[in-house]
Design a protein around this ligand. Structure first.
Ligand code: F0G
Length: 437
């Protein structure tokens, strides 16, 4: 436990950036759902079976089988986490003059594309930008906008990406029908389609619950259909791999895969372990078997919904419908007195920490406001994400989070904006330092 006084000193010391805190000074850590979950008994047992042979380890084959069971791609390339897969694929297919569309790029995805000189374009449906709109598939890509882009610049598009669920857009799912629509357009223009599949199981669960015609199918069947509609994927096993580290890049194209493996060897490792120990490969393989279990997914999605419903009942505006892995507070709506360029999301995130030791993450103008040309603009939304680690917190922890948010909401008009006093050139939200206005 910490007191409010201790937390105020800690966050000031951290330059009012929640990423700079010592985790020991955080009571309920909702910074991310990435790598922060609890592994199961069977995953820990699998860790004990890890075989650390440099090449061709049995643990590699266990991993490969588990991945291919869901995603039967010809080439599976293990990496230490999702962004390593992104770095490799965009080094292979990116470069100046290229443009990569996505429903919404995650921050590391965008940064890895831009680092090659290519352009990252977000094409979410318009409803995705309206936090209070309860559209059930806000992760969908805007097919008309994709048509227009492919028509105008099809030759410059090395691949189209779809992120499931759409993390930066609120943890919202993508319809299978929408993915099929993207596929058709890619086929028409001869462009490959990739999934950023971090939260594939949560997406499949939403499809089963909400998309007409899928209620009787198993989650595994739905995942396989998602895989069948694309030519490859990037994956962070820190999310729906239920592991603390890991990821992969997979694809069917032989030539791209060869170039990717050559890059893998430079920075990650030999192609049968990538950046991972054999024990990690085992933990991921077991995690993949567990994450598609429907009792787990029902619990997972309901417990996120419970937090969202509690916050809405307490009068805190949230992105609706409630997403899979996180609840997104609408800081711009809660704090209309703070201009977007004075970072209402940062203000709310700091206030939640000071009031109750709850650590969330700004997803708004701090994260997305600075552009490669140096200009700064308001992001489309200013959200604070409360991401729920998998299988970690109890209902009483979540009730406490709701109380803290309600207390901060009760004195919303007293919150003020921030200014940035120090920032790096890319991905500024991780290390920027702030001062209260
Ligand atoms: N794509 C998406 C949609 C993500 O959410 C993440 C990570 C990545 C790619 C990169 O994966 O972290 O293993 O390198 N998201 C975490 C988050 C960090 O907090 O949302 P990674």
């Amino acid at each position: 436990m910490t007191t409010e006084e201790v937390r105020r000193a800690a966050i000031r010391e951290a330059g009012f950036n929640l990423f700079n805190l010592h985790a020991a000074d955080v009571l309920i850590d909702l910074l991310t759902d990435s790598g922060t979950g609890a592994m199961s008994r069977d995953q820990w047992a699998a860790v004990q079976r890890g075989d650390e042979s440099y090449a061709g380890s049995p643990s590699w084959y266990v991993f490969l089988d588990a991945v291919r069971e869901l995603f039967p791609f010809r080439h599976v390339i293990p990496t230490h986490q999702g962004r390593a897969a992104e770095k490799i694929i965009f080094t292979v297919i990116g470069g100046p003059g290229k443009v990569v569309p996505n429903n919404t790029h995650f921050d590391t995805t965008r940064a890895n594309i831009e680092a090659t000189g290519a352009e990252a374009v977000d094409l979410p449906i318009p409803e995705a930008m309206e936090p209070a709109n309860p559209h059930p598939f806000k992760g969908n890509m805007d097919l008309a906008a994709l048509d227009a882009l492919l028509l105008a610049r099809g030759d410059d598009v090395p691949a189209v990406f779809v992120t499931v669920t759409n993390n930066s857009g609120g943890g919202q799912p993508v319809l299978l029908e929408n993915l099929r629509g993207v596929r058709e357009r890619c086929d028409r223009h001869g462009v490959p389609l990739f999934l950023d599949a971090c939260r594939f199981a949560e997406n499949a669960w939403f499809v089963k619950q909400r998309e007409p015609g899928h209620a009787e199918r198993t989650v595994v069947e739905i995942v396989r259909e998602m895989a069948s509609l694309v030519d490859g994927m990037t994956m962070s096993a820190k999310k729906d791999g239920l592991a603390n580290i890991g990821g992969w890049l997979a694809m069917n194209d032989d030539e791209w895969a060869e170039r990717a493996r050559n890059l893998l060897v430079l920075t990650e490792g030999f192609p049968t372990y990538g950046g991972l120990a054999g024990r990690d490969l085992e933990a991921i393989a077991q995690g993949l078997r567990e994450v598609v279990q429907e009792d787990y997914l029902r619990y997972r999605i309901r417990s996120t919904g419970y937090l969202g419903e509690g916050l809405l009942a307490a009068g805190i505006p949230c992105m609706q419908p409630i997403g899979g892995h996180a609840v997104y507070l609408d800081a711009r709506a809660l704090l209309p007195q703070i201009e977007p360029l004075q970072y209402p999301g940062q203000s709310l995130a700091v206030a939640l920490y000071e009031a109750g030791g709850v650590r969330g993450c700004e997803i708004g103008t701090v994260m997305f406001g600075r552009h490669p040309d140096g200009s700064e603009r308001a992001a489309p939304m200013d959200l604070v994400r409360l991401a729920i680690p998998r299988r970690t917190y109890t209902q009483s922890h979540i009730d406490y989070v709701i109380e803290v948010c309600a207390a901060v909401g009760g004195r919303r008009e007293r919150l003020r904006g921030y200014r940035i006093v120090e920032e790096p050139r890319a991905l500024r939200h991780f290390t920027a330092r702030f001062e209260p206005l």
